[in-house]
Design a protein around this ligand. Structure first.
Ligand code: UD1
Length: 418
């Protein structure tokens, strides 16, 4: 297990280039199986979840190699012959997107019940209900998810909750269904818009992505495409909060400021200065942050993926902040680890009350999951003394070159392998 030794107290200063969005990349990679022929993808982050997805695609018979950093060239066969390697696929939640993609491509899909971060129950009921509405036989049996149906029909589907994964899966499946499928109460995340523009570049007709009604006119042959994935708004938000917590000054480059508006607004409320210039945002942290209240919501609300890093920031605020998590039911695992560093956090159901402290102290802490890991890193950067973060593979699952990027901003971190 790898760990990082962090000496806290250094202000982060400088510029950091934000990688392509992990979550958009995972959706786009799943979507690529719908094409036949070459697919060229740019701005793909080389993180563990992407590598796992690539291994799965290879097992399905999709050829592919990194041509240069961030540039992936895939060769998608007309017929998918291979099968999904279960042990590999269970490692990531996004393998569930292959359900819609493979159903569309070959009329059936078997995937293991997906894993990924343990941040809640994460059922697939909305995915399965939507696929069933299109005429697929979709069920869970023996630890697997099975979907089949060679004659799918268009449907009007209302999602009980605007699930990102369910919206993506249904859009993918609908691409091969002749006629118009309508998804209402669809997720509006920028990653959905990115998936739709990639599908449209392949020849699909997806309209309304980014609003809560998506219309897919399916049944078109999908072919070669070239696509550049959007910047990772969660990675950007994490570095923005790192600037805030270390009272530093950081410019995040290669971002879409519009995607970060919900985050920028909260960061300003914390007392930080945010300057926008083209595709960059420069954040200057205040001497001490003000306590704020945060409620996570589907986009364009405050992202649940930045809730944990926000807990770390509020742990050092002047005053008490209240955080309400409305998206995932088990996203406060990191609170216990933050408490080892001196944070005062009380959890009541989906609410966390964070009583800001003047200082945090270095400690030995364990990365519970991806975003919780980011929160611990931020806390360690601001804490007095030395911290050891164990299980940093959890951070590397979703942050490209995190160690090197943090070091380049002046963080004192070294990697240790035990
Ligand atoms: C995606 C992101 C994740 C992000 C989340 C919310 C990827 C790979 N991951 O996850 O980083 O935190 O969106 O922005 O893109 N739900 C159901 N039934 C379903 C589907 C979902 O009850 O069939 C519930 C989930 O348990 C959760 C909520 O809906 O409580 C949101 O989940 P969803 O939007 O689907 O998140 P993911 O797609 O898993």
């Amino acid at each position: 297990m790898a760990s990082w030794k962090v000496r806290g107290g250094r202000q982060l200063i400088g510029r950091v280039r934000i990688s392509g969005s992990k979550n958009a990349a995972l959706a786009v990679l799943a979507a690529s199986v719908l094409a036949t022929g070459p697919v060229v993808l740019e701005n793909i982050p080389r993180v563990q979840d992407v590598e796992v997805t690539l291994n799965i695609l290879h097992s399905l018979g999709v050829g592919g190699h990194w041509e240069e950093a961030g540039l992936l060239r895939l060769e998608v066969p007309e017929k998918i012959a291979g099968s999904i390697p279960f042990a590999e696929a269970r490692r990531i939640r996004a393998s569930s997107l292959l359900l819609g993609a493979l159903l569309a491509k070959k009329g059936e899909a078997h995937i293991p019940l997906p894993g990924g971060c343990n941040i809640g129950l994460r059922p697939l009921d909305l995915h399965l209900k939507g696929l069933a509405a299109m005429g697929a036989a979709a069920r869970i049996a023996g630890g697997q998810v099975l979907a089949s149906g060679h004659d799918l029909h268009p449907a009007k589907i209302y999602l009980d909750f605007p699930s990102v994964g369910a919206t993506e899966n249904l859009v993918l499946a609908a691409c091969r269904v002749p006629g118009q499928t309508i998804i209402e109460n669809a997720a509006k995340e920028p990653e959905i818009v990115d998936l739709a523009s990639f599908l449209n570049a392949m020849g699909a007709h997806v309209r309304g992505a980014g609003t809560d009604v998506i219309r897919v006119e399916g049944g078109f042959e999908l072919g070669p495409a070239r696509h550049t994935v959007i910047p990772d708004r969660i990675e950007a938000g994490t570095y923005m909060l790192a600037a805030v917590i270390t009272r530093g000054r950081v410019t995040v480059e290669n971002v879409i400021p519009l995607h970060l508006q919900p985050v920028t607004a909260k960061i300003q409320e914390l007392g930080a200065r945010v300057e926008e210039a083209g595709e960059t945002l420069t954040i200057t942290g205040p001497e001490r942050v003000r306590a704020v209240n945060v409620k996570t919501m589907p986009y364009p609300g405050f992202p649940t993926d930045l809730q944990s890093p926000m807990l770390a920031v509020l742990a050092l605020a002047a005053g008490t902040g209240v955080v309400v998590e409305t998206v995932f039911e088990n996203r406060y695992q990191v609170a216990e680890e933050l408490q080892r560093m001196g944070a005062q956090i009380k959890i009541e159901g989906q609410t966390a009350v964070v009583i800001g402290q003047p200082k945090l102290w270095g400690a030995e802490v364990r990365v519970p999951e991806l975003r919780g890991g980011a929160a611990l890193l931020l806390a360690a950067l601001a804490a007095e003394g030395e911290s050891r973060l164990t299980g940093v593979e959890g951070i590397n699952r979703g942050y490209e070159d995190c160690l090197a990027k943090m070091q380049a901003l002046g963080a004192e971190i070294v990697s240790e392998v035990s």
